[in-house]
Write a protein that binds this ligand. Structure first.
Ligand SMILES: NC(=O)c1ccc[n+]([C@@H]2O[C@H](COP(=O)([O-])OP(=O)(O)OC[C@H]3O[C@@H](n4cnc5c(N)ncnc54)[C@H](OP(=O)(O)O)[C@@H]3O)[C@@H](O)[C@H]2O)c1
Length: 330
């Protein structure tokens, strides 16, 4: 197949608000060793894209400077040593960047088959959230069936994924969200109880039930001492972002007295091998949940690629529930 040399894309013209995202024409990327080129059907929009746009989350040196951490599409070119995929395969993939474009490269081991019966739009929403939730909630946080699991930001892309995966594992899920409507949406997805954090004391209520065995948190800031108070003895807190900031004064004595664990990770800077390991686990454990109907991405809205700025504005308004996607294919 002969690809054209240039493609439609959306670039970050300078660090700033959503309007620094502008349509552009770029060279089609060339695959390196073990990489595939995907003709993008849909690209998922994630909060880290907005951080990158604002100049707060630099891409790794080897990654495309274009935003976009996940996409669905068709394999159109194979780099040297690619063994798993063939031209024409339909995939969804975790990307080091570059998803806001007609073509993108990624390591072949970071792509997964589009789940049977799922559309390209939904498939584009799977990689970033599934990899993040599985690697932090299960591989790092050790979530097991029967445990009380608190996920903050329950109506987010990450949160709606975490609720469903944790329910499928048999955990008891509790969550927080910023409105009553979002809280009810989280309960409809399987949360046993969702708290409106603006009007309810989630920490006191969960503590009264015995505390959370595991907390997945993206808020940080003032949530840190409350999370620690909310954990059951031997509980674990996994930090995946700091929407309220990473710095706070904290008394660590409780960690020692109640044998608590605080950890965290971020996906993008990890090695190809580490991401491949997560991809294998996601395919082994999460893809069967999708096939069994236990998990389906919650879709908020779709924008054409050229309206990426509007997609970011919606995400940063926090009016959304679930995932926002860009339609890239013409
Ligand atoms: N560590 C990793 O590898 C990794 C990977 C992907 C994403 N992340 C992080 O995970 C988070 C969710 O990502 P996403 O793509 O799912 O984004 P998203 O859909 O935009 O979710 C963010 C959610 O955070 C809540 N929120 C925003 N500001 C808040 C505040 N000040 N206090 C409390 N809640 C607040 C909002 O919910 P309400 O309206 O209910 O407040 C919103 O739904 C982001 O912070 C992102 O950076 C981390």
């Amino acid at each position: 197949m002969t690809l054209s040399h240039t493609m439609r894309a959306v670039e970050i013209t300078e660090a700033g608000g959503p309007d620094v995202l502008r349509p552009a024409t770029m060279p089609v990327p060339v695959p390196g060793h073990g990489q595939i080129v995907i003709r993008v059907a849909y690209a998922g929009v994630n909060r880290p894209d907005a951080l990158q746009r604002a100049g707060l989350y630099a891409p790794p040196a080897s990654a495309s400077p274009l935003p976009g951490l996940e996409a669905s599409g068709t394999v159109v070119e194979l780099g040297p040593n690619v063994t798993r995929w063939s031209i024409g395969d339909k995939v969804c993939a975790l990307l080091p960047g570059g998803g806001y474009a007609e073509y993108v490269t990624t390591h072949e081991s970071h792509a997964l088959p589009v789940p049977h019966g799922m559309g390209m739009k939904e498939a584009a929403c799977l990689p970033e959230t599934c990899f993040t939730v599985w690697s932090n909630g299960v591989m790092r946080g050790g979530l097991r069936g029967g445990e009380r699991f608190l996920v903050h930001g329950g109506a987010s892309g990450i949160g709606t994924t975490a609720i469903q995966i944790a329910r499928a594992l048999g955990a008891r899920v509790f969550t927080t969200a910023g409105t009553d409507d979002k809280a009810r949406a989280c309960e409809a997805l399987g949360a046993e109880r969702a708290f409106n954090y603006k009007s309810e004391d989630w920490a006191a209520e969960i503590k009264a039930m015995g505390g959370a065995d595991l907390i997945l948190d993206m808020v940080g800031g003032s949530y840190l001492p409350r999370n620690i108070r909310t954990l059951a003895d031997d509980g674990r807190l996994v930090q995946i972002a700091f929407l309220q900031g990473p710095k706070i004064e904290l008394n660590f004595a409780e960690l020692m007295m109640r044998r608590l664990t605080i950890t965290g990770s971020t996906l993008r800077p990890q090695s190809d091998a580490a991401k491949a390991r997560i991809a294998r686990e996601v395919e082994t454990h999460v893809w069967p949940m999708i096939a069994a109907g236990h998990f389906t991405p919650v879709m908020d809205s779709e924008f054409p690629l050229e309206m990426a700025a509007q997609a970011h504005a919606r995400m940063e308004s926090s009016a959304h529930t679930g995932k926002i996607v860009l339609k890239v294919e013409a």
